[in-house]
Design a protein around this ligand. Sequence first.
Ligand code: HEM
Length: 525
Amino acid sequence: MLVYHSTFAAPKKKKKKMMLKELILLVQNNYDILLLTLLTVAVTFIATKAWRSSTVAGNIPGRLGIPFIGETFSFLSATNSTKGCYDFVRLRRSWYGKWFKTRIFGKIHVFVPSSDGAKKIFTKDFVDFNKGYVKSMGDCVGKKSLLCVPHESHKRIRRLLSDPFSMPSLAKFVRKFDELLSQRLKKLEESGKSFVVLDFSMKMTFDAMCNMLMSITEESVLREIEKDCTAVSDAMLSFPVMIPGTRYYKGIKFVKEEVAPFKILFNLATAENNENLIKQARQRLMETFKRMIARRRSGKEFHDDFLQSMLDRHSYPSSEKLDDSEIMDNLLTLIIAGQTTTAAAIMWSVKFLDDNREAQDRLREEQLSISRTKKDRDLLSLEDLNSMSYGLKVVKETLRVSNVLLWFPRVVLNDCIIDGFEVKKGWHVNIDATCIHYDSDLYKDPLQFDPSRFDEMQKPYSFIPFGSGPRTCLGMNMAKVTMLVFLHRLAGGYKWTVDDLDPSLEKKAHIPRLRSGCPITLKAL
Ligand code: HEM
């Protein structure tokens, strides 16, 4: 056997050597063709994998595209148009149906379109789902913010912050806001000039909140703080897809600076510069808050406000009080979470009422009947607000139709099934409040502005402008009373004309707002 083997081994070796030589020659002569073939195979492999995962995984239709990039550019393009970023969602829903998934900035996102899906996520918040914590979020509002802290701290901080936002505690806020608003509207009417409702309501809500939280009333201080808050808020609130991740956040800043999309991925120097500006704005705000706390602690200043109610707990056990950094981070959080949202909602109420004169007339009738029960200079009380039943329906319908927060993002903590669809750990699920609010199975003629639809009770989880569950909007009551006072003073005191009817939306804004900001001119009744 051995002999037989050795007899034939020599020519076989020779043959092998020759073949190898031929192969090397072949490779040398056809290097470019082989490289191209290899590349084609690699690209086909990646594309097939991406296609498979986009059509099979989780049974949710949609396109994930190539890793990391996915549909990021389509999302940015929708964001950069006057149709608004929800157009990205609307378009995909027309292609795939209500449930679809996509990949944006490297993360897989599923848009959850149903009230049952919303219920599942809200009731399992902190268990199977959570807001994704990312460093840049902490850099903006601070690590101790309600938006960033882990579950246990969230429960404690939320409980301690809640009292000033309860209905009875808001009575003082209502009077202060009413006084400020009445004066400013009167001035505007007397000037006879057109003014932009969005700018007006941004300033109004900011000033009223700073007054309620920290008793700041001095114009120069307010404007200084507002500038820094806006810088932080712009960086934070820009993208509702997820809480900004570092890369994501950098993307936002590029978008804001009109940089071509491909540079978003590569030009990191400007992004870092922007990050530094945000950090400086935050630092200035923290220093202002620190000085304010020090003055109160030294007894030089005392005010009957939110900040004082927090500081007055200094002798309580640590589980029953907030430390200074918790107070400061959450002061900033409240201002940022409250100002832009409420101001946008106020702007939409003016626009919707202008488009729906019947609703406007009915609202005016109710508000005038309340005014008739009061003396000339009487300010509104909580009881007055409680009697605004039609006013409250206007508030609700404004929030339903405008969808100030289009969707609420969560990260999946454990693989699970929502509405029969499989979602994987690490994916992002966005509770699509807009889709739920426009669902014709839940609302008849959903695109129609009709406050009377709230004569009837809504199905659970079908009206969620303030979210639900452990993370329900903390400022929900404050937002509602602010809007009611505004509607009372506007509809009960004036008629108005909208001076720019252009319906296009502000570009690059992730809270839907009219590009014009809704300019109006007032005329006293
Ligand atoms: C029309 C106005 C407003 C709307 C539509 C709105 C909407 C929302 C929504 C939907 C959430 C929950 C988001 C989620 O589940 O991910 C939320 C949370 C929050 N909102 Fe509002 N909001 C408004 C006004 C305010 C105001 C006036 C304040 C305070 C001054 C405020 C403070 C907060 C805070 C602190 C949270 C976080 C709660 C937590 O994580 O526990 N909001 N808001």
